[in-house]
Write a protein that binds this ligand. Structure first.
Ligand code: GRF
Length: 212
């Protein structure tokens, strides 16, 4: 059984996509054992509680320094014997202790085709606003392994979404979630759970998958 820890900061639609794919059997032998939020009262926590998933709010501001916050996250995921940490709409920076302790076992979903519209300050609706303003014809989402720099780790999966003439940042965000994010994040977890991902330098190699 792959024990998954999910980190959230908002509505939790990506968390819901993982829960649904576990419940419909696509993510077989996977279980979410803990959901950690960067702040209290976000809807993602209500989603987790509905499925009796243990929740915890571990907020940076509650610790006297970043190191202590970093240590608290490591202790939490160690306590739950987590195999894979998934950043699903998690907006806080995570520390080097956690990244080192879970080397190539932390993945993040970002709402653009990295390296476009990513990095510090590019979260939520902003990458979609920038994609429309810049006039690109295609955007999408990216799942990557996490490294200390925002959105910088080796890329596991990407999915493109065409931008329509009449798109607003909101309509584009909704379509990128539905057509890309909620598909490639569970798929990346599935590949990880089957031991199909190999990191070679900056690249992620995917061993041939047997489609169920
Ligand atoms: C998503 O677009 C995700 O890619 C980004 O934050 C947004 C929040 O998603 N990192 P969610 O509904 O909280 O999963």
């Amino acid at each position: 059984m792959l024990r998954i820890g999910v980190m959230v900061s908002g509505g939790g639609t990506n968390l819901q996509a993982i829960i649904d794919k576990i419940n419909n059997g696509y993510l077989e032998s996977c279980s979410i054992v803990t959901v950690v939020s960067s702040k209290e009262g976000v809807y993602a926590l209500e989603r987790a509680e509905k499925y009796n998933i243990p929740i915890e709010c571990i907020a940076k501001r509650d610790y006297c320094d970043f190191e202590e916050y970093d240590r608290a996250l490591v202790e939490h995921f160690n306590k739950y014997n987590v195999d894979l940490i998934v950043l699903a709409g998690f907006l806080s920076m995570i520390g080097e202790k956690l990244i080192e302790s879970y080397k190539n076992r932390i993945i993040n979903i970002h709402p653009s085709l990295i390296p476009s519209f990513c990095g510090k300050g590019n979260y939520g609706i902003i990458p979609h606003q920038k994609a429309i303003e810049y006039g690109v014809k295609v955007t999408g989402a990216t799942v990557h392994f996490v490294e200390p720099e925002y959105d910088s780790g080796p890329i596991i999966l990407q999915k493109a979404v065409y931008i329509r003439e009449d798109d607003t940042p909101q309509t584009l965000q909704k379509r990128v979630m539905e057509e890309a994010e909620w598909e490639i994040l569970p798929e990346a977890i599935k590949l990880f759970s089957k031991g199909k991902l190999y990191v070679e330098g900056r690249k992620v190699k995917i061993k041939a998958v047997t489609r169920n």
